[in-house]
Design a binder for this molecule. Sequence first.
Ligand code: ACO
Length: 355
Amino acid sequence: MQYATITGWGKCLPPAVLTNHDLATFIETSDEWIKPRTGISQRHISHVDTSALASVAAQRALDAAGLTGADLDMIILATASPDTLIPNIASTVQANVGAHCAAFDINAACSGFLYGLGLASSQIRSGQCQKVLVIGAERLSFYLDWSRRETAVLFGDGAGAVILEATDKAEGVLGYELNNDPAGREILKAGFGTAMDRFDAASLDFYIQFDGQEIFKRAITGMGKLSKQVLAKCQLDKDDVDLVIPHQANERIIDTLVSRMKIDKDKAFVNIANYGNTSAATIPIAICDALEQGRIQPGQTILSCAFGAGLTSAAAVIKWGSRVTPLKTSQAQLPPCDKTGLELVKRAADYFCKR
Ligand code: ACO
């Protein structure tokens, strides 16, 4: 029997940082409001396109796996903020890493990476592919109305990637569950797309909007339900879980999720303080951070779950393999950035705040 195991991982955070204190210089907010309610202290703001973040994360993942782009059979890139809709940006990454294979984007919002991981593992388990690159990459700063404090403080930019490879060992993605609840389409959205009126300036006024409290509740029930389903599918119990890597939208959502599942809070990996919500990128970035911090050990059972616009939800059980260090140190880097986070958002902040 064929399994799909993670052999490489890489993240890319743009260097410029926007702190809660920076935000308080142009909207009425404060670190005292943001930190206790969300867990967020800062977020990264990108000076480059989503595909550039994705390409660096992808190259780092390939190096960690000891592979080159030419080894890949498929690239799946999860994003809701691509630099171009046509063509997809998986093709940009493909060109940058030198791959010759299938490449496509998927949009399942914050659940996108786990959707991609599930699809990739099925491609491998069916024998269709041997090596698949799965990326989550976002530049959500593009979608923000910087005068709206309820959303401006929550999101950040970044990318993460993993390499899945075929193996005979019973490890890797042991199971996954995907779902979508279209009844919740309207409670989390950014009206960007062909429904816009190209000849009406108001139509171009798109930005992320949501009902925070409704999302909060549905995120906990949605992720909880799929997490239980995937554990049952893999014939595992919550006590078999060594580490939970959840989507990072709000630290209080994560606390409530694990408490309801009766999983020890210390088993939940939380890194939202540094990045905010990077949507599809949160889980692969968290996998990289967990490895760097020694939180992932060989053979451990990891439960990962996510929730996002759609309303999508996803959960996966991953049995980590034997290697927790990269095979090769990557030289992949973004072009340098000579601006601070505040300088990068200044033009947009001035535009939105002075209207
Ligand atoms: N700074 C200061 N005050 C603020 C801010 C801010 N950034 N944002 C809102 N407020 C004010 C509101 O105006 C309101 O003031 P009022 O009482 O005078 O009317 C007050 O704070 C309370 O607002 P609430 O919206 O009730 O605050 P709440 O405690 O619900 O927290 C939050 C809001 C953090 C967004 C929370 O609802 C949440 O985390 N929701 C889920 C996360 C989410 O929706 N993420 C979006 C992506 S979805 C995803 O990734 C799955």
